[in-house]
Design a protein around this ligand. Structure first.
Ligand code: FES
Ligand code: FES
Length: 158
């Protein structure tokens, strides 16, 4: 089937089987390899993308579900050479070890901050509970998200 959607604000029309998984479309058809596949079964969060701003697992989505949607992957959040503030916080807090979980963690963080601005550590832990880090770098990941949450809250109140 022919599907049209926005990928990182770029209009795309591609021909794919309607049951092709979105993670395969991104990684194999569109060379958007920042999206990772871990479990392939909806349990690790490595394949997290944003669809119309909401966090979704691309290993559980099929091509037909993309029609008319706006998809954001990790490749689409920096502004030119400037990292997104969430990416910057992950780097500054040393929240990246092997980096496999990082794209999914960062996108899940964007969704968390959209739904729940200014989360405390417990809300961050809860909000990212669907994203696993095999390097078990959770403390630093939470530090990074807390830092962004605090700076966003500060910006809003100043
Ligand atoms: S690869 Fe999609 S949730 Fe693990
Ligand atoms: S940094 Fe290696 S899986 Fe999280």
């Amino acid at each position: 089937m022919k599907i049209s959607f926005l990928l990182n604000n770029r209009e795309l029309s591609i021909d794919v089987p309607s049951d092709r998984r979105v993670v395969d479309i991104l990684r194999e058809d569109l060379a958007s390899t920042g999206t990772k596949e871990g479990c392939g079964a909806g349990e690790c969060g490595a394949c997290t993308i944003l669809v119309n701003g909401e966090s979704r697992l691309s290993c559980l989505m099929l091509a037909a579900q993309l029609v008319g949607c706006s998809v954001t992957t990790i490749e689409g959040i920096a502004a030119g050479d400037a990292l997104h503030p969430v990416q910057e916080a992950f780097v500054e807090q040393g929240a990246v070890q092997c980096g496999f979980c990082t794209p999914g963690m960062v996108l899940a963080t964007l969704d968390l901050l959209r739904r729940h601005p200014g989360p405390d550590r417990s809300a961050i832990r809860q909000g990212l509970s669907g994203n696993l880090c095999r390097c078990t770098g959770y403390q630093k990941i939470i530090d990074a998200v807390e830092r962004v949450a605090q700076s966003t809250t500060k910006e809003k109140t100043s």
